[in-house]
Design a protein around this ligand. Structure first.
Ligand code: UDX
Length: 459
């Protein structure tokens, strides 16, 4: 099928390359000509495992092209995925101006039948507005369209895997024609009948559920899913605080709680809180949707509040150890909001760093992928060439993104080069026993009383 994907951002690129990989002819469009140039010269402008290879292979096979003229794509493709950004406005509402602009262009240039699919995360009833827009502005008698919602559930760092092996594919439609087209588009994924480009041996995969709903419900499923996951994280963070206060181990608690199939094991890792381009913005937008619809979403406000207070709590832990921060040299491991990405948007690590800077601390940081992006928003810290350099001479080391690389470090060396061998682990990434064996003072989150004091009690 000939498909246009509008927006070559994170979601658009994975969608475009993924659809090309399963056999479609895809044109990916972006206004940003620099982006298009980079992609057409074999480059990539953000880090995402497996994506660069996928893009190149499909460009090589002539199934995927990048252009900046939307009218060219509209002329050739009856199916349009809208994947433009919907960032938060000051008041928490989603900014839908890019989406509206795309809708205008479609109504100006499209001829014949088109299926317009919103993949960007949008508040409920956006599909209705799009329909109304096309009803009002799509005044060319030769233009006909169906609107559909097809929310993405792609996690940064494993977005390509998530595209090929989704838990479900949700489509919100109001015509059989739209449902039929979407089923045809996703047929290879639903049957898992394609050669997987990510895993060598992942045969015998179960079919993927295809959930067909009305458009409003599909839009709501995305916000509800992300808000629920954010709620799980804030919940376990709240429990972690209690564990710390009473001397229980949140890891054991989360493990056993998560064994209940009604709850599930995922998203019960405590730490400095959730960040990224989705959870904070989706939560805010969902709260606004609730308020605008006259529904009480206080529950989600609490989820947000708990998440924000994770930073205060972590700063308090640092101060409990270091007392005054002014002039102290503090190392930071991890800047991205989570591992396997270079994205620093709403990164808890940067939130901690900004607070340290405000208190006059000297911060030296390292991240395997996110340093360039971090430099653009927090230029005033020192960026180090590796994890050891960030630890050197530090009076405390903060572990804030759980990159695998940090687990493989030579901790004996880290111990020797630090001015004070104190590690505050905001992601519980190191086993306590290992840190104790190396002689570190080690502060983590919710795994009982602070390790150092706990160890002193051991005879
Ligand atoms: C999320 C959703 O998972 C995805 O389905 C959606 O489409 C986009 O938003 P993403 O933002 O990439 O994906 O990251 P995710 O893996 O969900 O993690 C979000 C944040 O929560 C990260 O900061 C992560 O560190 C934090 N987190 C996650 C926790 O603090 N504890 C957990 O147990 C899980």
């Amino acid at each position: 099928m000939k498909i246009a994907v509008i927006g070559a951002g994170y979601v658009g690129l994975i969608t475009a390359a993924g659809l090309a990989e399963i056999g479609h002819q895809v044109i990916c469009v972006d206004d940003d000509t620099r982006k298009i140039e980079v992609l057409n010269s074999g480059g990539m402008f953000f880090y995402e495992p497996n994506l660069g290879d996928l893009v190149k292979r499909n460009q090589g096979a002539k199934r995927l092209e990048f252009i900046s003229q939307v009218e060219v794509a509209l002329e050739k493709c009856p199916v349009i995925f809208i994947c433009v950004g919907t960032p938060p406005l000051e008041n928490g509402d989603a900014d839908l101006s890019s989406l509206e602009l795309v809708a205008r262009r479609i109504s100006e240039h499209a001829r014949g039948y088109h299926l317009v699919i919103e993949k960007s995360t949008v508040p409920v009833q956006t599909g209705r507005r799009l329909q109304k827009h096309f009803g009002t502005y799509g005044n060319n008698p030769l233009f006909q369209c169906d609107v559909a919602s097809n929310p993405e559930f792609l996690r940064e760092g494993s977005g390509v895997e998530d595209f090929f092996h989704p838990d479900r594919i949700v489509v919100g439609v109001d015509s059989e024609r739209a449902a039929g087209l979407l089923e045809e588009i996703y047929h290879p994924l639903l049957r898992q009948s394609f050669a997987c480009p990510v895993h060598e041996n992942c045969g015998n995969r179960p079919r993927v559920p295809f959930v067909v709903t009305d458009i409003n419900s599909a839009e709501l499923i995305k916000h509800a899913s992300n808000s629920f996951l954010a709620m799980k994280i804030s919940f376990i963070n709240m429990v972690a605080d209690l564990c710390e206060a009473v001397g229980a181990d949140v890891e054991k608690v989360a493990e056993a709680v998560g064994m209940d199939r009604r709850i599930g094991a995922g998203f019960l890792r405590p730490g400095v809180g959730f960040g990224g381009s989705c959870f904070p913005k989706d939560l805010q937008a969902f709260v606004r949707v609730g308020r605008n619809s006259g529904c009480d979403f206080t529950l989600l406000r609490e989820v947000e509040r708990i998440n924000q207070s994770r930073i205060d709590l972590f700063i308090k832990k640092i101060k409990d150890e270091l007392w005054v921060l002014r002039g102290k040299r503090i190392g930071v491991w991890g800047l991205a909001f989570k591992p396997r990405t270079d994205d620093v948007r709403f990164s808890p690590s940067l939130a901690v760093i900004r607070r340290l800077l405000a208190e006059g601390a000297l911060v030296r940081a390292y991240d395997p992928q996110a340093m360039e992006k971090a430099k653009a928003v927090v230029p005033e810290i020192e960026y180090c060439s590796d994890a050891y350099a960030a630890a050197e001479g530090a009076e405390a080391l903060l572990a804030l993104t759980e990159w695998e690389e940090f687990l493989r470090l030579d901790l004996t060396k880290v111990f020797q080069i630090m001015a004070r061998p104190l590690i505050l682990d905001g992601r519980n990434m190191f086993p306590r026993a290992r840190m104790a064996a190396h002689g570190f003072e080690y502060v983590d989150i919710g795994r009982g009383s602070p390790a150092r004091k706990h160890l002193q009690m051991v005879p």
